[in-house]
Design a protein around this ligand. Structure first.
Ligand code: FNR
Length: 350
């Protein structure tokens, strides 16, 4: 009964201290240079990055992407990070609600509304878990925590590395179609570190999906996490595939090219600094998402630690806007930028 919850705590341990960001993997954001403006003609306080997401107003275009739930420890992570998101006007997602679907007594570990009454809140469920739950079961998970939307996560790479993982990935679009009919623009489809490319994004949008988090390669690798838990063949396959995926910079730039401006795009996967947030916004993201850095800051320093880490990121983001002479995300996108190296190859191929 406790298998899902136990796995969750093992995942948290590995993510807190393990080598879950393989060296050599890259977002390719180092191939993007924003161009310095020596005469910004603005004050830092002129930077206005307010936006809307899931019908709510955000002060910053940032999402704490879904991580956890199901255990005491996971509950503390959710409450601490949701509180930080509420205070600073970011969006927040809980992790996979599978554990609470299996045992309703775990609902409390996902319940953040007491500390984050107005935050733009995303529930979370895996694509093939949603098959088992159906539309009504998925809606109950959202409603039980007062979520504004539901994140549907895709993780074929992780599943194939997990000994007990799924092996059958048929009928995915059919599941998405049913969910989008029920949830409309409350549904977000996300990857978990291997990236959503332009072809998949286009098909999702054709089905009616209006929010996509590309969650590309370059940050937390779930293939690596499962490799660290596995042995034998599965561990070997994990090692072989921990650099598999579409780098975040390539994913966001090509997906933006392939879908209309009405589609809300989140860029996540390896975003670690305010300057990197600015770069993904310039490449066409509406929001940037982060998981591991805020989780680690919370683990070592609680709410204060997470706020300190976020403070540096927000300062870097504002600085990047000032130094490109941009008051807003719209202005930032009009500024020149230089794209070099491997990212150019990806942009040419996709
Ligand atoms: C995750 N991620 C994740 N995603 C999801 O959709 N459901 C989940 O339950 C989890 N669980 C989870 C736990 C922990 C501890 C981490 C660090 C991450 C994936 C996450 O939302 C994100 O897509 C990737 O981690 C890439 O972002 P970062 O970590 O590189 O910023």
């Amino acid at each position: 009964e406790d298998i899902t919850a136990k796995r969750k705590d093992a995942h948290l341990d590995l993510c807190a201290t393990g080598d879950v960001e393989p060296t050599g993997n890259s977002t390719l954001l180092e191939c993007v240079r924003l161009v310095h403006c020596a005469m910004p003609e603005m004050a830092v306080e002129d930077v206005d990055l307010t936006t809307t997401f899931l019908g709510k107003r955000l002060r910053y275009p940032l999402l704490v992407t879904g991580m956890t739930g199901g255990t005491e420890r996971a509950g503390a992570v959710n409450r601490d990070l949701a509180l930080v998101a509420e205070r600073h006007g970011l969006a927040f997602g809980v992790g996979s609600q599978r554990a609470m679907a299996e045992d309703a007594s775990r609902t409390a570990s996902y319940a953040v509304r007491q500390v984050a009454p107005t935050v733009a809140l995303l529930g979370n469920i895996g694509l093939y878990q949603a098959v088992r739950l159906g539309v009504d079961g998925s809606r109950r998970l959202m409603d039980a925590i007062g979520a504004d939307g539901l994140a549907l996560h895709l993780n074929a790479g992780q599943e194939l590395t997990q000994p007990e993982g799924d092996r059958d990935f048929r009928d995915g679009y059919r599941v998405v179609e049913a969910l989008v009919r029920a949830f409309g623009d409350r549904l977000l489809v996300k990857e978990t570190g291997c990236g959503i490319g332009p072809d998949v994004a286009r098909r999702l949008v054709d089905l009616g999906v209006r929010n996509i988090d590309v969650s590309g390669l370059g940050g937390t690798s779930w293939v690596r996490v499962e490799q660290l838990r596995a042995s034998g063949v599965q561990a070997e396959l994990g090692a072989e595939f921990s650099a598999w995926g579409i780098p975040t910079a390539a994913a966001i730039a090509t997906v933006r090219r392939s879908v209309g401006a009405e589609v809300r795009l989140v860029a996540s996967g390896g975003i670690r600094t305010g300057l990197e947030v600015a770069k993904v916004l310039a490449l066409g993201a509406d929001l940037a998402g982060m998981a591991l850095p805020l989780f680690r800051a919370q683990q070592t320093g609680g709410v204060e630690g997470a706020e300190a880490a976020l403070g540096v990121i927000l300062a870097g983001l504002r600085q990047a806007l000032v130094l490109t002479g941009s008051r807003s995300c719209a202005e930032l996108r009009q500024r020149p930028r230089v794209v070099t190296g491997e990212l150019k190859d990806w942009l040419a191929a996709l």
